[in-house]
Design a protein around this ligand. Sequence first.
Ligand code: AOF
Ligand code: ZN
Length: 366
Amino acid sequence: MEKDQYFMKLALEMSASAKGKTNPNPIVGAVIVKDGVIVGSGIHRKAGEPHAEVHAFKMAGSHAEGATLYVTLEPCSHYGKTPPCANLVKDSKVSRVVVATTDPNPEVAGRGIQLLRNAGIEVEVGVLEEEAKKLNERFIHNMTTGLPFVISKFAMTLDGKIATHNGHSKWITSESARKEVHQLRNEIDGILVGVGTVIADNPALTTRLPETQGKNPTRIILDTNLRTPIDSQVLQTVAAKTIIVTSDEVDMERAKPFEAKGVKIIFVSKETNGLDLYAALRELYRLGITDILVEGGGAVNASFLNAGLIDKYYIYIAPKVLGGKDSITPFTGPNPDTMIAAKHLYFDDFQKLGEDIRIIAYPKQG
Ligand code: AOF
Ligand code: ZN
C-alpha cells in the first residue's frame, strides 16, 4: 500500500537522525497513524533510553486505539535495559502493526511479531525492508557475526596513490572531503590505524567539527612490536580512549608504561601476514566497539582486505595525478600474480564532494 510506504519512510528518516548515537543499539523510528493522521511518533535516541515505540505511544495516548503502528524494526519481546515493547503495543489496542524488518537480536528474532499475532493484531512485515536493513547495517552485522562493522576509508589521487614514496600525503583531497571524514568519526565507536601512521604523522585521530565538538571515537593502534612512541598524540588519553593491539609474543612488562597512561593493551597471536585481526575484532566488540573506521595505511588496509574483514568502503578520489612507481597505494601487502586475486566490490553510491568524488562501496558476496 502506498500509504504504508509513506509512513514507513517517515519513520525511517526520523530514525536516521540518531545514526551513531544509539550504539550498541539499532536506530529505530515509530509512527502511529489514526484515520490518516499522525497521532504519535518517536525514535530511539540512545542506548538505555526508551525505545521508539514508548515515545510514540506516550504521544498518542488513547488515540492509539484502532490505529496503525509503523515501526522500522520488529518491536522487542525481551527485558533488556528497558521492558518489552511488544507488550506495550499489545496493550495499546492498535489494530495493525507494520514492521520494516525483523530484529536480528537472538533475544527477539521474530518473537515480537509472534507475540503480537498471537494477541490477534494484524502484523505486516517487509515494508521498505531494504532501506531499513541498510540503515541498521551496523547493528545487523554485530548481531549476526559478533564482530564490529568495519569501514575502510581512504583518500587517493586519480591514479590511486595515498601518499608519495616517502609518505607525504597532506593533502590529497580538498576541504569538503576532509570535513566529511570528521563527520564519519563523529558517528563511529572506533578509529583504527597502523603504528606506521602514528610514527610518520603523529595524528591526534580526534573528531574536529566546525559547530560542535563532536564525539571522539576510541583510537585503536595495530602495533605488532609495541613501537608506538610514548609521547605520541594518540597516547594523550584525556580527549579520547586508546587501545593498542599487539602480539602476545611481546613481553607484558613492556605494556606497563602504556597502561600507566590509561591505554588498554590487547594481546593477540601473530600470524604469517601480521596480527590475528579476527581475534582483535572479537575482543574489540567484547569491549563495546560496534563499528570501526580503518584509516590505513596501505599495509593495515591490505591485512583487513585479505582477511575478508572489510564490510564497507568510503573512497575519496581527488582530481590529481601523482605518478611515481613507488608512490603508496591504498592496499599494499603481498603481490598478487593474476587478476583472479582481485576482490570484487560493488558501487553503492557516488557523489561529487567539492572538487573530489566520494564512492561508497561494499564487498560483493559470493
Ligand atoms: C525496539 N525499539 O527503539 C529499539 C529496539 O537494552 P534495551 O532494552 O534497550 O534493548 C536493546 C535491544 O532492543 C536491541 O538490541 C534491539 O534488539 C532492540 N532495540 N527495539 O523495538 C527500539 N531500540
Ligand atoms: Zn523495544
